[in-house]
Design a protein around this ligand. Structure first.
Ligand code: URA
Length: 207
């Protein structure tokens, strides 16, 4: 399942991120703001339970979050800006990190860093990667999460290409993808077109 968050605020912020004139500071802020809006949608089905409490006026039952606790997992490095933002909304969430590189011989993604909450099997997992391009990293990361016992995983991206979506749907059909927009294609270098460039470089100012 793919959820495209076609809200005007999301689309406006994404267009600003696409603009080559947008500098590092604004790009980073926009990525964080967009992540909050995506999280609002991705977390729409969190369970709540009526909880008795007193307002200053009277006692009553009011919904509070219940059910499985949350884990946010960033694919390094660009996913960090997303988890850093989203943890402000859900401060009790635990945060994991997965770093991947592509083995030049096998072309398979290899984890150079994989630090996940030890109780990830009991948590709902929100995996963050701003750009779902070929889908190789995200698919491998989901594989690592499943090996660690994760049962419920949503993938949160700012922008996706159809190729990346197809890979996730083939490898992990039960994983919902929440994304701000789906662009038409990848170019020969694996960049999303029209896209927004290299998200990591634009977030960290490394280019
Ligand atoms: N990663 C990026 O940062 N940008 C793309 O367009 C594709 C992958």
């Amino acid at each position: 399942m793919v959820t495209v968050v076609s809200h005007p605020l999301v689309q406006h912020k994404l267009s600003l991120m696409r603009d080559v004139q947008t500098g590092v500071k604004e790009f980073r802020e926009l990525a964080a703001e967009l992540s909050l809006l995506l999280a609002y949608e991705a977390m729409r089905d969190l369970e709540t339970v009526p909880t008795r409490l007193h307002t200053p006026i009277e006692e009553g039952e009011f919904p509070m979050l219940s059910g499985k606790k949350l884990a946010l997992v960033a694919i390094l490095r660009a996913g960090l800006v997303m988890t850093d933002a989203i943890v402000q909304l859900v401060p009790a969430a635990k945060v994991g990190h997965i770093g991947l590189y592509r083995d030049p011989a096998t072309l398979q993604p290899v984890a150079y860093y994989n630090k996940l909450p030890t109780d990830i099997a009991e948590r709902r997992v929100f995996l963050t990667d701003p750009m779902l391009a070929t889908g190789g990293s995200a698919s491998a990361a989901i594989g690592f999460l499943k090996e660690a016992g994760a049962q419920t995983i949503k993938l949160m991206c700012i922008l996706a290409a159809p190729e990346g979506i197809a890979v996730i749907q083939r490898d992990h059909p039960e994983v919902e993808i929440v994304v701000a927009a789906i662009d038409p294609r990848l170019n020969d270098h694996g960049y999303i077109v029209p896209g927004l460039g290299d998200a990591g470089d634009r977030i960290y100012g490394t280019k």
